[in-house]
Design a protein. Structure first.
Length: 348
């Protein structure tokens, strides 16, 4: 089992190579690639010979996640999936319905080792990285389950995508492939807690995806308290990497800021944040955007949500100081146990 080929992680040219080794014509590769993107099992690929199908099922494994649990919001139709993987581990994905199409929020690791203090995904540490096929497979499985197309993807589920760099990049190339899911890079966002070397490596690839930075504090002292990654790369290093990312890709940067009552949500925090971002981007024409959300309470963390007014006040200060800020609409409030909580509940 260990040596089996993870066929859903392969690029078409790698499947071609495999066909070559099996003595099959190369054009089979694109047929197989397109079938796999639709979630077809090897058995269902009836336009290829039975003999080839049998051979492939001997040497390949299918890492398409399976729907283990599904919660549908009565308020707005948001779907929260718990997917099980080939080894029984689970990850979560969330399908959000907007007027412009469906967005899927995908996970990139089982658990996480970044240690953000407010986050449920990190409590048990990182169990393992997801393969490219397991990230891609969340989209394929959601499309198959709903019968609807996913047009936008956000890498904001469980895990730190830049801590699983190679599989994340492979996933991005696969999902963008025109014979595969064909989701444009401009319809993809990748969120990071601030793995700075990963941001530079990603910028080099020049994919026009949106980078989303989980900032959550306006000075190093406060940020290090809630996000251990900040001890390795401080805010200054992080923002310098963001300026570079914009220079290379031309894509706007969006900053996530989770408001935690009494920790980072005062008017003074807002003013400090506005100055910080204005200074960092003073020499760059990068459009900067801040998304504000109130922390989802996770029982283990002890952090609490402030009032709706406190977020509005925070947003007002940023906007008045010339930094565009919006308050994130909360979708699927009735199914959205804070990110990572469904998986934890399942494991206990
Ligand atoms: N590791 C990546 C992506 C996953 S987390 C990252 O850190 O960006 C997706 C977003 O949810 C991040 O902005 C994260 O900081 C935020 N988040 C995690 N736990 C949260 C909670 N309890 N309440 C509100 N936002 C949370």
């Amino acid at each position: 089992m260990d040596n089996k080929i993870d066929i859903l992680s392969l690029y078409p040219e790698e499947i071609e190579e495999l066909m070559g080794r099996l003595g099959e014509p190369k054009y089979r590769a694109m047929q197989i690639f397109a079938f796999l993107s639709k979630g077809a099992s090897l058995d269902e690929m009836t336009n290829i010979s039975k003999k080839l199908r049998e051979r492939l099922s001997q040497i390949c494994e299918m890492r398409l996640p399976k729907v283990e649990e599904k919660l549908v919001s009565k308020i707005d139709g948001t779907v929260k999936y718990l997917f099980s993987l080939i080894d029984g581990e689970c990850v979560e994905s969330v399908l959000m319905r907007y007027n412009h199409g469906n967005t899927l929020c995908v996970s990139s690791q089982v658990g996480c080792r970044m240690g953000c203090r407010f986050c449920a995904s990190t409590i048990g540490g990182r169990v393992r990285d997801l393969t490219a096929s397991e990230i891609l497979g969340q989209i394929i499985a959601a499309e198959r389950d709903t019968g609807e197309r996913v047009s936008n993807v956000v890498m904001m589920g469980i895990g730190e995508p830049l801590d699983n760099f190679d599989n994340t990049v492979r996933f991005l190339r696969l999902v963008n492939h025109e014979k595969g899911l064909n989701i444009g890079y401009r319809h993809i966002s990748l969120s990071t807690c601030g793995v700075v070397d990963g941001i530079y490596r990603l910028a080099e690839l020049e994919f026009p995806i949106t980078l989303s930075i989980s900032l959550h504090a306006s000075n190093d002292e406060k940020r290090s308290e809630i996000m251990p990654v900040n001890n390795k790369w401080g805010i200054n290093d992080l923002l310098t990497a963001c300026v570079d990312y914009y220079a290379k890709t031309g894509r706007r940067i969006s900053f996530e800021y989770t408001l935690i009552s009494g920790k980072n949500d005062t008017p003074e925090d807002a003013r400090e944040l506005a100055s910080l971002l204005r200074n960092a981007f003073a020499e760059s024409d990068a459009p900067v955007h801040v998304n504000l959300i109130r922390v989802n309470e996770v029982s283990e963390t002890g952090f609490s949500r402030g009032s709706r007014e406190s977020v509005d006040r925070f947003a007002d200060i940023l906007n008045r100081m010339g930094v565009t800020a919006t308050v994130r609409r909360r979708l699927g409030a009735d199914v959205n146990a804070a990110c990572g909580q469904l998986r934890r509940a399942k494991r206990q």
